[in-house]
Write a protein that binds this ligand. Sequence first.
Ligand code: AMP
Ligand code: MN
Ligand code: MN
Ligand code: MN
Length: 281
Amino acid sequence: MTHVYDLHCHSLASDGALSPTALVQRAQQNGVTALALTDHDTTAGLAEAQACATAIGLHFIPGIELSTNWENKCFHIVGLGIDPNYPPLAEATHNLQTTRLERAEQIALKLEKKQIFGAFEAVKEAAGEGMITRTHFADFLLSQFHVSTQQEAFDRYLAKGKPAYVSTSWADLSQAVSWITEAGGVAVLAHPLRYKLTANWIRRLLTEFKKVGGQGIEVITSRMNPDEIRVATDYALRFDLVGSVGSDFHNATNPYVELGRLAPLPDKVKPVWDLLTLNHE
Ligand code: AMP
Ligand code: MN
Ligand code: MN
Ligand code: MN
């Protein structure tokens, strides 16, 4: 059976706006037949998403998007088909919750220096049991009228080099890839064009990623133009990586980032789903 895939999205367990149930339902309404939930550094939403997917007859792939460091840069690695109960992975996500909580305190202190108060309490409340992310800070800044868009919150306060940026030590790239592969999953470099790397950096990154066990790269994500798809396709072919497709959906505010709204994976790229075992097949 051929599926309509979306292998990258977020729920309330991290910085998405929808519950795992609502996300799975929305995916199905949009024609997606195989969905992976990939929240930032957490697997907390997977059980609910799986239960809903089973109930409504959608194929579900348990996933995660791990924040990693390599050479002082931050890269996002999507893990697909993971066992969330694999102890080292479960321990890692547990520790990352603390990392994110402490980082949030530091971000809030930096905002206080800019006379913006109450951020920590607000993001904690908004994230609830889920992971606290910079998106929560952006939403707080927006709600308090310090900025007029989420993008402006990043541009003025939260992005690297801005007053409330906190450099965080995430998992090593190689460590994160190991957690994913040992948990039975496939490690995929997320949104490769978003890091704004030179050709030389990309070559070094993908060489290292392959060396430590990375197997895939997102060739199709939201809002890619044909030139960008060609570039990502070229990376997949040159480095012998399988290709993934994922919207990186967070919420319904941007009509160009929508579950299942994705260009097809180019024929010449080996699809990541050849490496995934889907239920009921
Ligand atoms: P964090 O993992 O806490 O650093 O938060 C990263 C999240 O913030 C990303 O997954 C995006 O959802 C969001 N984000 C990062 N940069 C931007 C940006 N420039 N504009 C809007 N959202 C962003
Ligand atoms: Mn996010
Ligand atoms: Mn990401
Ligand atoms: Mn994402």
